[in-house]
Design a protein around this ligand. Structure first.
Ligand SMILES: C[S@@+](CC[C@H](N)C(=O)[O-])C[C@H]1O[C@@H](n2cnc3c(N)ncnc32)[C@H](O)[C@@H]1O
Length: 278
C-alpha cells in the first residue's frame, strides 16, 4: 500500500533550498502540492517507501542523480508552441525583417532560446523562419536552445509531442506541414530539428562559450528567480546580446528596476528589450 504523500514543512524547506541552490529558482511555500505530485514517480522508480524516505536519503547522501531528478521534477517546465502569440508576431513582423536588413552584408544571424523546456519555443522560431524568411536558409543561421534539465532536453531533441501538446498553439496547416503522425504522437520533421543546436547548461552557473546573439528568448524563467539572481542573469544576458539585438521576456517579466541598460521597444501588443545607446 502507498504511504501518505504529505510533505512535512521541514522536508519542503529542504527541497526549497536544494532547488534554489542548484537552479536559482524560488519555490513558494504554497507549492508543497508540487512536491507531492511530482516526487511520487521518483519514490516509486527508486524503490523508496514514501516521499519522506526519499528526502531522508537526499539529505544524507552526496549530490547525485537522485538529487538531479528531484530538482528537475520540481521545476516548472510549462510551455507551448507559439506561446502567447504576440512575441512571435513581433519576431515575424518587425524584429527579423529589421535584422535581415541590418545583417545583409555579413549574412549571419544568431538566436538563443534560453530555458527552452521541451522544445516548443525553439521549434516555433525555426518554423517561423522556414515559413517567412526563406532568405535565411542560405545565411549562417545559428539557433541555440538551452536548458539545465536533461529531462526536458531529451524530449526537446526528440521533437515528439502528444496530441495535447500539439493542440496547444500549433495551427493545423503548420502541424500537417512540419510534423508526421507517429502512433498517437506527432514527430517534427528532420529539417526543422536539424536547425536547432540543443545545449545543456545552467543559467545561474558559468556558461560555456556562446556567440553574441541578435535575438535572445529568455521567457518565463526569470519570474522564478529572486531579485539578486534576476539581476545577475540580466547582466550576463546583456553581455551576450549584440548592441542592436533584441531580448524577449515572458509576459509577466521585465527588466524594469532590475537592469537600467535595457530600454523597452513596443511592437503592437508585445514589448521587447534592447540595449540603450547601441
Ligand atoms: C516555464 S519553462 C519556460 C519555457 C519556455 N521558455 C516558454 O516560455 O515557454 C522554464 C524552463 O526554465 C528551465 N530552467 C529553470 N532554471 C534554470 C536554470 N537555472 N538554468 C537553465 N534552465 C533553467 C526549466 O528547466 C524550464 O524548462
Amino acid at each position: 500500500m502507498k504511504q501518505t504523500m504529505d510533505v512535512s514543512s521541514a522536508d519542503f524547506e529542504y527541497l526549497r533550498q536544494l532547488v534554489h541552490k542548484h537552479s536559482g529558482i524560488v519555490l513558494s511555500a504554497d507549492k508543497t502540492y508540487l512536491a507531492e505530485l511530482h516526487l511520487q514517480p521518483i519514490v516509486e522508480s527508486a524503490g523508496f517507501s514514501s516521499i519522506a524516505d526519499l528526502i531522508t536519503y537526499l539529505r544524507n547522501q552526496p549530490f547525485n542523480n537522485l538529487h538531479v531528478q528531484t530538482i528537475e521534477a520540481l521545476v516548472t517546465t510549462e510551455t507551448s508552441f507559439f506561446r502567447d502569440g504576440y512575441p512571435f508576431e513581433a519576431l515575424k513582423q518587425y524584429v527579423l525583417p529589421e535584422l535581415v536588413k541590418q545583417r545583409k552584408i555579413e549574412r549571419s544571424l544568431n538566436i538563443w532560446c534560453a530555458a527552452c523546456s521541451n522544445g516548443q519555443e525553439p521549434y516555433s522560431i525555426a518554423i517561423l523562419i522556414q515559413e517567412h524568411f526563406p532568405v535565411l536558409v542560405n545565411w549562417s543561421l545559428r539557433l541555440i536552445a538551452s536548458d539545465f534539465s536533461t529531462k526536458v532536453l531529451a524530449r526537446a531533441r526528440q521533437g515528439n509531442y502528444n496530441q495535447l501538446e500539439i493542440n496547444r498553439g500549433l495551427p493545423k496547416n503548420i502541424r500537417d506541414k512540419y510534423f508526421k503522425r507517429l502512433d498517437n504522437n506527432w514527430q517534427i520533421n528532420q529539417e526543422i530539428r536539424q536547425m536547432i543546436d540543443f545545449r545543456q547548461f545552467n543559467l545561474v552557473e558559468t556558461w560555456p562559450y556562446l556567440p553574441k546573439f541578435d535575438v535572445i528568448f529568455l521567457r518565463n524563467v526569470l519570474i522564478y528567480f529572486d531579485i539578486v539572481t534576476k539581476k545577475a542573469l540580466l547582466k550576463k544576458v546583456k553581455q551576450q546580446l549584440r548592441p542592436d539585438g533584441y531580448l524577449f521576456l515572458g509576459s509577466g517579466e521585465t527588466t524594469i528596476n532590475l537592469d537600467e541598460s535595457f530600454k523597452l521597444v513596443t511592437f503592437d501588443k508585445h514589448i521587447c528589450y534592447q540595449l540603450h545607446n547601441p
